[in-house]
Ligand binder design. Structure first.
Ligand code: FES
Ligand code: FES
Length: 158
């Protein structure tokens, strides 16, 4: 069946089964491969995209349920918060192997879009669903604080 999806501000039509996870569609049918497959059961966060601005595990979101929603992948992140997160990630050399980091950046950006100055506890709560096997958690937390500080210093225009 054909489904129309709005991804990174553009409409894409795919002809797939309705119960196919959005992650599969985005990676295998639309070739946006920045988002990664980790566990497939909503436990690791590697597949995180923003759906209507909310960090969402797309390994368990069916394409049928993604219709009519604004979907953003790592390739389409453009907000000031996203740019601040990416700059902080580079500055602090947050990634190690990098596999989890697309999902980490998506969740960190969604957090800062909703909370411009999160505390350590708020960061831990927001990022709890994003697992990093390399253990980069302390740099992730520092990166979020750095991005928040940069956004504050520039009045939100990173
Ligand atoms: S692949 Fe979706 S949460 Fe792990
Ligand atoms: S950087 Fe390797 S899993 Fe997170």
């Amino acid at each position: 069946m054909a489904y129309q999806l709005t991804i990174n501000g553009q409409t894409h039509e795919v002809d797939v089964e309705g119960d196919m996870p959005l992650l599969w569609v985005v990676r295998d049918h639309l070739n946006f491969t920045g988002t990664k497959f980790g566990c497939g059961v909503a436990q690791c966060g590697a597949c995180t995209m923003q759906v209507d601005g909310v960090a969402t595990r797309t390994c368990v979101l069916t394409v049928a349920n993604a219709v009519g929603r604004n979907i953003t992948t790592i390739e389409g992140l453009q907000s000031p918060q996203a740019r601040a997160v990416q700059a902080a990630w580079v500055e602090l050399q947050v990634p190690q192997c990098g596999y989890c980091q697309s999902g980490q950046v998506m969740s960190a950006t969604a957090l800062l879009e909703q909370n411009s100055a999160p505390t350590d506890a708020e960061i831990e709560a927001a990022m709890a669903g994003n697992i990093c096997r390399c253990g980069t958690y302390s740099r992730i937390k520092a990166g979020i604080h750095m991005a928040a500080a940069q956004l504050k210093n520039t009045g939100g225009a990173a």
